[in-house]
Design a binder for this molecule. Sequence first.
Ligand code: FAD
Ligand code: NA7
Length: 651
Amino acid sequence: MGNSVRKGKAVFVDQTQVKSLQLYKAAMEDHCSESPETTKCKRDGNQDSQWKNIEEKSGVKRKIQAYISTSDVVIFSKTTCDNCTKVKDFFDTMDLPYFAVEVDQMADGPKLEEALCEQTMETTFPCVFVKQKHIGDYDDIMKLSKDGLFQKLLETKEDKPSQDAYDYDLIVIGGGSGGLAASKEAAKYDKKVLVLDFVSPSPQGTKWGLGGTCVNVGCIPKKLMHQAALLRQALKDSSKYGWQVETNVQHNWEIMTDSIQDYIGSLNWNYRVSLMENKVKYENGYGEFVEPHKIKSTNSRGKVKFFTAEKFLIATGERPRYLGIPGDKEYCITSDDLFSLPYSPGKTLVIGASYVALECAGFLAGLGLDVTVMVRSILLRGFDQQMANKIGDYMEQYGVKFLRHFLPTKIEQIEAGTPGKLMVTARSNDGTEMREEYNTVLLAIGRDACTRKIGLDIAGVKINEKSGKIPVNDGEQTNVPYIYAIGDVLEDKLELTPVAIQAGRLLARRLYGHSTVTCDYVNVPTTVFTPLEYGACGLSEEKALMKYGDANIEVYHSFFWPLEWTVPSRDNNKCYAKVICNTKDNERVVGFHVLAPNAGEITQGFAAAMKCGLTKDQLDCTIGIHPVCAEIFTTLSVTKRSGGSILQSGC
Ligand code: FAD
Ligand code: NA7
């Protein structure tokens, strides 16, 4: 657990402290020729322990300094101390914002307490700082208040630099979907903006250019590979339409990846140009807080620069998670590596059942590869389970194998190569062990927020210690008022590119354009690009039932047969449409689900209708477009409750 912050207001670091810290660092740098954080210089054992002591003490002192410069009033407190509660109540009654650091809840609490005693020459708690000056404990605060001096203290002129003293108005850490959108929007208001973007190579050494996950290792290459797989199906269908295609058609993985990577390269370039055109400064460096308003940027050659800003935006996204079993980092790849893999992965095991796992498994199988998905529990946790299972059934029908209720325990290399051969050992829920050989193992078991190594503790930004995600208020503001966060790093928000972009743009408009519009995270449409695409908006059936109760939910549904599939005579009664309505609210549509070709194209329009409060009656009054898949939503008449037949025999 970290500090608990009740209310807060940003102030600035005591310049004398900064100076002494810089002098300390300079001395160390002279000694080691690199910065103390990165260098292992030669010292004897005795010097080593002294060094460790100095480093530890300096770290804790730096942390204290960071805390006391976070707000006008900072209270170092203990959750078990009565006077600490009383002093917080006092500030609450006075309606004065403060920053409370609960020392007994922190892992390094004892060290912090020791350093605090050294600094203040006091041993009692609470330990209150006002305007970065040590005031004392509860009795001292009460005395000041009684003498009428407390308010005066708060009103004293702050010894802080003017806004012009900062290098930038806004520093954005992370040049992905959200960060780029926010930075360009902020620059439109004549603000001085810096974007830092840096890609730490994957354990397999894969790196990429500016633009973040979506462009380089997410939405874009994934959809293009999905398209490559759909073309194989189109080739098969084409014979019934009269195309006489050679029967022995081959796919070339290298040509596909080269073409896709060339396109991505052009997007990377466009992003750089667009930053320049918008007068946003770009640094290809890894950003981390070293002081509350100061960032250190380190480039790939280890060159360090420092930048200060009035406000900060954290948009560092996520990276794939690893299993933590023998051989995973050495031999497995993730989606970070797959899209630029220079050779066909061959027989592939996909571990995980997230949308990333199923999409990758889907297109790899569509390209003709032997693919198995290892599933720990259910498919597509968080999505409508009826739809998830239909996706699984369809994939199985098209040759994807599913190993259910298995967990991998070990990955060994049998043979190096491109691809090589790997032996996977896994254990099922009932203890059965299996061993199987694959050419490639792709991990898709979730993603971790990039928040743990960017000095958020120094800036006082609170994260969810378990998930690493950043909690924010409705305005994407963290607990530190001048630091904001958007995109995949956010707690309890959807991890999608358009969400990050929308949140980033609206935030910049609120910060600099007098706007009050906040990002609406409700009814966000999404699509899973599995071989049979799945579009969804609003609630899953499970969530709707939980929220409104069975009696208040009516589910309308139907299978349908896309006209284009009738001639090749394939896959009847696989495409499926479902709307979930709240009968207590005029049969308002609270969930929209479709399994169909081009499901995303269908879902987008209905999502706009849902934003306008779409009801079942309005759907029924809408005239369909014939003959398209989406028209099914204008003719849904069978409810799940009725148990009526929904099978289709023709279009
Ligand atoms: P990102 O785009 O991840 O950008 C963060 C950037 O910050 C990265 O460039 C990172 O390297 C950089 N960075 C991290 N730490 C630092 C640091 N300390 N200093 C400097 N730079 C740093 N979404 C959709 O909407 N549709 C899809 O079809 C879709 N498909 C996906 C498929 C896959 C395989 C994956 C993995 C994701 C997919 N997503 C999709 C999700 C989408 O990519 C993300 O939601 C989106 O990219 C989030 O944007 P962001 O700005 O939060 O982070
Ligand atoms: P998710 O949605 O977090 O899913 C992770 C998947 O990986 C899920 O199927 C998990 O199974 C599985 N998993 C997790 N850990 C393991 C281990 N150790 N072994 C085997 N399988 C494992 O992943 P994404 O990052 O792709 O999706 C992020 C968001 O995108 C998500 O919130 C959605 O809203 C969309 P489980 O179901 O937990 O048994």
